[in-house]
Each structure stands twice: as structure tokens, then as C-alpha cells.
Design a protein around this ligand. Sequence first.
Ligand SMILES: Nc1nc(=O)c2c([nH]1)NC[C@@H]1CN(c3ccc(C(=O)N[C@@H](CCC(=O)O)C(=O)O)cc3)CN21
Ligand SMILES: O=c1ccn([C@H]2C[C@H](O)[C@@H](COP(=O)(O)O)O2)c(=O)[nH]1
Length: 276
Amino acid sequence: MNKADKIFKETMIKILEEGTKDEGPRPYYPSDNAPAHSTFITHQVHTYDISKGELPIITLRPIAIKNAIKEILWIYQDQTSSLDILKNKYNIHWWDEWESKDRPGTIGQRYGATVKKHNLMNNLLDEIKKNPYGRRHIMNLWQEEDFKETDGLKPCAYETIWTVRGDYLDMSLTQRSSDFIVAGHINGMQYVALLMMVARHCGLKPGKFTHYIINLHLYDRHEDNAKLMIERESIDCEPKLILNPEKTDFYSFTIDDFELVGYESVKPQLKFELAI
Ligand SMILES: Nc1nc(=O)c2c([nH]1)NC[C@@H]1CN(c3ccc(C(=O)N[C@@H](CCC(=O)O)C(=O)O)cc3)CN21
Ligand SMILES: O=c1ccn([C@H]2C[C@H](O)[C@@H](COP(=O)(O)O)O2)c(=O)[nH]1
């Protein structure tokens, strides 16, 4: 069984058997305004060695890889939180429910807007090139002053730490909150794509990717899908994410420079009512 499928099944079993149920949750289900309760486990660590062909992608249902990577380009290349750009340039609609009231047409002073305001991406690229063995290569979207500027969902995947190890670039992602069955592998794969782009820009190879998840949860209306996915048989395949070898500049990569080959997934796709 592929590593991600094994981790996924073990994680879901752990939640169902030993998870803690929350009380008074913030999110709700839009269909009937009922509170969206979840069961969670804490401090989960998943490491994938990208240089050995490991990837955080499951075969137990299709994962929207292209949209996942487009979202990361929106945040770190476009450096904007504009929903119009997300929709018109990338045809992604999954952030629409989180439009800011203070700054309509955006998700507020968050994510890409934070990257731009603090020049996080350029600083990171410059610092890795200038001082590869520095131990301070951190990109942090958790900026309290930005939270005061506007309303908006606070970033979930909020911090990356980058380490050069010989020819390799390792990266860890800290995520405070993960709707793992919906977005766990969208988040994992999009940050692997970011690692590949940064590594290429800096003349390095992608090494290890570690995903630290502080609160990993399963919403109550997704429990049947979780049980179904535990029962599904994993497909034996070796997916590879390929980045166009001819490009090196971080800002030159587009979605067409990524190709996922050898990926197969169990159908049919499952539907999830999203907790807003
Ligand atoms: N409850 C919740 N879960 C999330 O994953 C999430 C939020 N809220 N709020 C903000 C963003 C929006 N994200 C989302 C929202 C929807 C999908 C989604 O609908 N995924 C579908 C299909 C995607 C597609 O085909 O493009 C899926 O099956 O994974 C994914 C990520 C991630 N984030
Ligand atoms: O990239 C993302 C963005 C959001 N999520 C999920 C995690 C939670 O279920 C909600 C956010 O709710 P909070 O109450 O702010 O934790 O969105 C995700 O998994 N990945």
C-alpha cells in the first residue's frame, strides 16, 4: 500500500477509535445552519522523502492536484487574497464562502496578502541563496497585525521552515488545523509543489517534506465517507509529480509546468458537505 494511503487509513481509524469530540465549534453546515462538530487528534507528523519518490497523495479517492497547485501559485506568486484573481485566473471557487466583509472581493488581509505585505517569498528566496546553511529560513503567515486589519479565516497551513542539506532542500509545514479528509492531501501536495519550485530556483533538489498537523479533525457529517475510504482497497501505483526541467525562475512556473504521472484513484469521487 502506498505510504499516504497507509497513513490516511491509520489516521482515520485513530480518530474514530480515540479522537476527542469538540464542543461549541465555530463552523456550521450551510444547508441547515447546524453546528459542524468534529472529532480530532493532535500533533500528527507525516514525513515524505520527495527525493525517494514518496508523495502525500492518496489513491482512495481522486485528489484535485491541479487546483491545489493553482491555489499555491495564487498565494506565493500572485501574492494576493483577491477572489476575482482566484476565480478568473485559476477557475477556483472553493474560497467563495470565506469572503471578507471588511475587504469585499478578497479573503481579507490573509495568505497571499500577508506574503506580499511582509515580502515573505522574496526574502526567503534571497536568504536561501545568500546563506544556504542559515537556520532562520522561515515563512510565517501568522501575523497578528494582519489579523487586526480585516476579518477573514485565519491561515491553517501557516508556517514553513526550510533547510538546505547538501544538494537537497528540506521543508516542514506547520498546520494548526486540518480538515484532513477534505484538504489534507490538497495541502500536502500543494506544499510539495512549493518545495519543488523553491528548490529549483535555488539550484537544489527537493528532499524531505514534513507535515506537522496540530489539530487533525474529521467533521461528523464526513464519518460515513471516512469508513468507506477505510474499506476501499488502495491502488498500487507510483505517482510522480514532474516540474518542467527547462525552467528555473520561481515566478516563471505556471500550472502547465506541473505534470502528475502514474496517478490512479478509486472512483466514484465522494461528496463532502463543507463546514463553513
Ligand atoms: N471546513 C473547511 N475545510 C477546508 O478544507 C477549508 C475550509 N474549511 N476553508 C477554507 C479552505 C477552502 N478549502 C477547500 C474547500 C473545498 C474543497 C473541495 O471542495 N474539494 C473537493 C473538490 C475540489 C475540486 O475538484 O476542485 C474535493 O473533493 O476535495 C477543497 C478545499 C480548504 N479550506
Ligand atoms: O488550507 C486549509 C484551509 C482550511 N482548512 C480547514 C481546517 C478547518 O476545518 C477549517 C478552518 O477552521 P478553524 O476553525 O479556523 O480551524 O478549514 C484546511 O484543512 N486547510
